[in-house]
Design a binder for this molecule. Sequence first.
Ligand code: 13P
Ligand code: SF4
Length: 311
Amino acid sequence: SLAGLDLLSEIKRLKEERNAVILAHYYQKPELQDLADFVGDSLDLSRKAAATDADVIAFCGVRFMAETAKILSPDKTVILPDMDAGCSLEDSCPPDQFAAFRAAHPDHIALTYINCSAEVKALSDIIVTSSSADVILSQIPLDQKIIFGPDRHLGGYLARRTGRDMLLWPGICIVHQAFSETELLKLKAQYPDAPVAAHPECPPHIVDHADLVGSTRAILDFAVASPAEVILVATEPHIIHQMEKAAPHKTFIGVPGGDGNCNCNMCPYMALNTLEKLYVSLRDLEPRIELAPDLMDKARLPLERMLEMAG
Ligand code: 13P
Ligand code: SF4
């Protein structure tokens, strides 16, 4: 039983004992963010995982992020507190169907969002995150044909902004898909001076109202730097924890999903990780990311291209 255990000090003790580093995404519960050695967006978390000299990476995020850490640091033990922490974008892109899509477009390169399985990465030419997509796309010749998956909203946003014609895989994130334009318009009417920051996984009817469209890190930086008193946040609301820490005098309001009365703006996969599960995973070094070495070798190439091209 975990009753009576001082989880925080046990986690800290195990972390030292294992020579582990704790990496956390901004969508994790506040107590996990506060325990982490580093909190970041997908790109920054990949960079940290590639550069760490720890023996164990305890990844508080979703499975594709922990797999990326393992692929970039194959000699490390990578643990994920709950192995069921998946991602709806990954689910929307089965590798066999993606392989058929690629095969149907042999003159296209596959530019692929990091929110996908290791198998789909292995079928791709270059991986991007929302913070690196712009700079990577700008380095690809204009006459190069591109297929982009799995997020059709990020792909569509990039295509609209750059005027480039990209073939889009029809995937969506169930969390960002759920933001309600009606609720956003109500908040804008209530706080006319509040800027809106949105993640590019949101559909156009949300992104079109945004003053800033960017990755979680870009949204955080914008919200903290903004001179406004109130900021409307159209991404998973656990990131507001970092905003409140950095700018405690300001008000950050998460845009609701659905009819405004559900928790559907929260990521159900990210929510699976808890302090208790982190403790158990550090104690047992399970659940652990295990991937076939040849799969990791294939998936590493497009990830390394991302890290090089992102600068
Ligand atoms: P970021 O790279 O912006 O952190 O996005 C990760 C993610 O899963 C957004 O839903
Ligand atoms: Fe995946 Fe969406 Fe959750 Fe991000 S918020 S991990 S894209 S389901």
